[in-house]
Design a protein around this ligand. Structure first.
Ligand SMILES: NC(=O)c1ccc[n+]([C@@H]2O[C@H](COP(=O)([O-])OP(=O)(O)OC[C@H]3O[C@@H](n4cnc5c(N)ncnc54)[C@H](O)[C@@H]3O)[C@@H](O)[C@H]2O)c1
Length: 300
């Protein structure tokens, strides 16, 4: 099977460097027309520069591909969608990738640090996705990628704001997957690990060099392709050639009789069983997750 993106229009946000650049180059190499968006900020989200996006566009064109640069902030996501329409007449794939860091331990974190991270990662991704959504619905085709992080999935010291944003994006992805499915709009999240200017302050230089962003893009392209017909709502860890899907796991739990009421001592007595992951289950929807609760009500 040879997956290609001929006639597809792809937007990659924050594509002036790092992961976004690798995604943009990979899509273009397989025939996509690409909108290379990048505001050109510092890793802390300061300033602006048109050079990074333009350089990636130059690289794509030099390699025989098709791309245009866009320098808007993702906070003006509707303008980025409009740029795709103005230049290429449609949009098929949206890769929400732009990001910044404002790392600080929580007691030192300011409201501004919190808001900036929320704005660029969550509000920005919302603005683009919300503007693209009706177009995806009308054409009964759309692929959306959200860029989550291990920091959101597992927590990471000094990244309270970033963790909130990154797992928030996957919450958004899970509901959009449900709302988009009947219109052939598939929505997935990735939690990547790669060497970039974002990670160069926390990883040694030789590791940064080895952890190529190019190792992330093939999974993004697969999830964004027409060949992907039913993978939606997933979150995938990816880096250094490793790729895996995550899912929720729930302990078997306990079901307490309701007739005599439930006390804190009941919880203490049952704690071992409540937290025992032998015979764990993997609920895949809120409905499935609530079944045991409702079954207990019917016995009350
Ligand atoms: N590198 C990793 O290991 C790693 C791990 C987990 C998640 N991520 C996520 O992957 C994404 C890409 O990160 P990266 O490592 O390539 O970092 P990067 O700093 O190289 O790339 C981020 C890009 O986003 C751009 N950007 C910032 N604010 C913007 C805005 N408001 N509008 C448009 N563009 C904006 C920047 O100019 C930059 O080019 C980010 O969302 C990041 O949080 C990266």
């Amino acid at each position: 099977m040879k997956i290609r993106f001929d006639d597809r229009v792809v937007i990659v946000t924050g594509a002036g460097g790092g992961l976004g650049r690798a995604h943009a180059l990979a899509f273009a190499a397989l025939g996509a027309r690409v909108v290379v968006n990048d505001l050109g900020t510092s890793p802390l989200g300061e300033g602006g520069n048109t050079a990074p996006a333009q350089q990636v566009v130059d690289e794509i064109i030099a390699a025989g591909g098709e791309a245009v640069a866009n320098y808007d902030s993702v906070l003006d996501g509707d303008k980025i969608i409009q740029a795709a329409l103005d230049n290429f007449g449609r949009i098929d794939v949206l890769v929400n990738n732009a990001g910044i860091l404002r790392d600080k331990s929580f007691h030192k974190m300011t409201e501004e640090d919190w808001d900036m991270i929320y704005n660029v990662h969550v509000k920005g991704a919302f603005k683009l996705t919300h503007a693209a959504w009706p177009l995806f619905r009308d054409q009964a085709f759309g692929r959306v990628i959200f860029t989550s992080s291990a920091a959101g999935i597992y927590g990471n010291f000094g990244q309270a704001n970033y963790s909130m944003a990154k797992l928030g994006l996957h919450g958004l992805a899970q509901t959009l997957a449900l709302e988009g499915r009947t219109k052939n709009i598939l929505v997935n999240s990735i939690a990547p690990v790669a060497g970039s200017r974002m990670t160069e302050s926390i990883m040694p230089p030789d590791l940064i060099k080895k952890l190529k962003p190019e190792y992330i893009s093939p999974l993004v392209l697969w999830l964004s392709s027409e060949a992907n017909q039913d993978n939606t709502g997933g979150i995938y860890e990816v880096g250094a050639g490793y790729m895996a899907k995550l899912r929720w796991e729930r302990s078997r739990g306990v079901t307490l009789p309701l007739a005599d009421g439930i006390t804190v001592d009941d919880v203490a007595r049952q704690w071992k069983q409540i937290t025992d992951f032998n015979d764990a289950s993997h609920p895949a929807s809120a409905q499935e997750a609530m079944m045991d609760m409702f079954a207990n009500l019917s016995q009350a």
